[in-house]
Structure formats: structure tokens, C-alpha cells
Design a protein around this ligand. Structure first.
Ligand SMILES: Cc1cc2nc3c(=O)[nH]c(=O)nc-3n(C[C@H](O)[C@H](O)[C@H](O)COP(=O)(O)O)c2cc1C
Length: 245
């Protein structure tokens, strides 16, 4: 299995020690590639809207961003590591996320799974892990596992917990089995599905949803919904079409 690790910390220390422990559970045959965002020196998103309105290839930082996106496309499992900075993700990781705003509009990673690793001194680890989780869901990710730890607390780091979660992640990535989406994911999907064909200004979104055929489904067709969620998707789409003009 190919794992891509994106490190949102400027250093390889606390969060990285958790990643190292997690890596030891990802199988003998695991191949790892690392992206140290600190070394990538990606300029700040300048808010030009070109990725969203004209297509991501028009982003002034396209080459740097796209080589990361291609690596995500190519991996079996993604690991995102990040410390808590001022109760949020680091600017390094946020800058990468800002450059991927277009993927919220044109989600594609429906068959991907991720492990989110967050460390902190004392607070914010769960909130930050949930934020990264939410971002990946907007990208289309199928399943996200989380490992969090506060290095300044009284408790010793739980190696057992890291092992338990990373073993589950490994098993899941290896299985290639896709999970049924959450109801919230179905709602988001159907909001975009409703908006994009109606929006003349969002030509790139419209083109994407039509070209991929996603506009025709209650959720990405490679992910099985089951009867109830399929009905839920149909009802959501019906209601949203009435509400969104
Ligand atoms: C600029 C900066 C901001 C931080 N903000 C917080 C914070 O808001 N809450 C907290 O509990 N720890 C905070 N920390 C502590 C780090 O989250 C913590 O030391 C983390 O384990 C560092 O991970 P790393 O060694 O992988 O970089 C901050 C550290 C730095 C350098």
C-alpha cells in the first residue's frame, strides 16, 4: 500500500513521533512518501478565485499544488499530521487547504481514506482533528481516522491507542472496501449537485459535475448507499431543487 504523509508542522518532533509510531502498524509492504509543507514554500493563496471560477490550472501556484494533488490521487492512504497552533491548524496546512477550495466545489476523492494525527501542548487537539476531518470530507474522502494527543498533559502518550487506530486504518485501506457516507455528506453532495447545473457563473463546476456524471447520482456511484440513504439522497435533491433557484 502507498501512503502519502503531509506534515503541517514546521518540524519533525511531537506530531512526527506519533506518525512514526502509526507507520509501524501499516504493514511490511507499505511505501511511504513525505511532503514536508515547510520545505514546499507554497506562496499564500492570493484570493484570485481563478481555481474556482476558471479552473485550478489557472492558479498562479498550480504546479506546486497540483503535484501534491497528484500524489493524493496516487496514494492508497493519506496521513495528515499537524500540531495545534493558536487553537487551529498551522498556517502551513491552512495555506494548502485554501489552495484546495475548488475541490469543495468539485469533490473527487470518494475512494480515499485518511489518518489525521494532531498533537498539542494542552488544548484544541480534537477540534483541530475534526476540522481536518471536515475538510477531507469536503474533498470527498470516504473514511477518516483520528489520533490526537496533548503532550503537556499528565497522561503518558497512549502507544496502544496509536497502534489500535493505525491498525484499523491499515486494515481498512488494504480492504479497499468503501463505507456508506454520513447523512451530512449526502446533504453536502446534493447541495453542490443542485447548485452547479443552475449556476452560469460557475462554469467549471457545472462542467465537472456533468463530465463526471456525478450530477446524475444521489452520491458518488462507486460508494454504495443502501436503500435508506438512497431515498434520503433523492428526497434531499428534490427539496434542494425546490429551495435553490
Ligand atoms: C506558534 C505555536 C502555537 C501553539 N498554539 C497552541 C495552542 O493554541 N494550544 C496548545 O495547547 N498548544 C499550542 N502550541 C503547542 C503545540 O501544539 C505543541 O507543542 C505540539 O505538540 C507541537 O508539535 P510539533 O512538535 O509536531 O511541531 C503551539 C505551539 C506553537 C509553536
Amino acid at each position: 500500500m502507498k501512503y502519502l504523509i503531509i506534515n503541517g508542522s514546521p518540524r519533525k518532533k511531537n506530531t512526527w513521533s506519533m506518525v512514526k509510531q502509526a507507520k509501524s502498524n501499516l504493514g511490511e509492504d507499505a511505501e511511504f512518501e513525505e511532503i514536508q509543507l515547510m520545505k514546499e514554500k507554497i506562496p499564500l493563496c492570493n484570493g484570485c478565485f481563478k481555481c474556482i471560477m476558471e479552473g485550478e490550472e489557472n492558479c498562479p501556484h498550480y504546479e506546486q499544488i497540483n503535484q501534491i494533488i497528484e500524489k493524493i490521487r496516487d496514494c492508497d492512504g493519506l496521513i495528515i499530521a499537524c500540531p495545534v497552533y493558536a487553537m487551529n491548524v498551522t498556517a502551513l496546512l491552512k495555506n494548502l487547504f485554501d489552495h484546495t477550495a475548488y475541490i469543495y466545489h468539485r469533490p473527487e476523492f470518494f475512494d480515499k481514506k485518511a489518518l489525521v494525527v494532531v498533537s498539542t501542548a494542552g488544548a484544541g487537539q480534537k477540534k483541530v482533528a475534526n476540522y481536518i476531518d471536515e475538510t477531507l470530507r469536503h474533498w470527498g474522502f470516504n473514511k477518516i481516522y483520528q489520533i490526537t494527543y496533548a503532550f503537556g498533559g499528565n497522561e503518558d502518550i497512549s502507544i496502544e491507542e496509536i497502534n489500535k487506530v493505525s491498525q484499523k486504518f491499515h486494515k481498512d485501506v488494504s480492504s479497499k472496501k468503501l463505507h456508506s457516507p454520513k447523512f451530512g455528506d449526502i446533504i453536502f453532495y446534493n447541495v453542490w449537485r443542485t447548485i452547479t447545473p443552475k449556476s452560469e457563473s460557475m462554469k467549471k463546476d457545472k462542467e465537472y459535475w456533468e463530465r463526471t456524471g456525478l450530477v446524475n447520482y444521489e452520491f458518488a456511484p462507486n460508494v454504495k448507499l443502501g436503500f435508506i440513504k438512497k431515498c434520503f439522497g433523492k428526497i434531499m435533491y428534490f427539496i434542494l431543487n425546490k429551495v435553490i433557484k
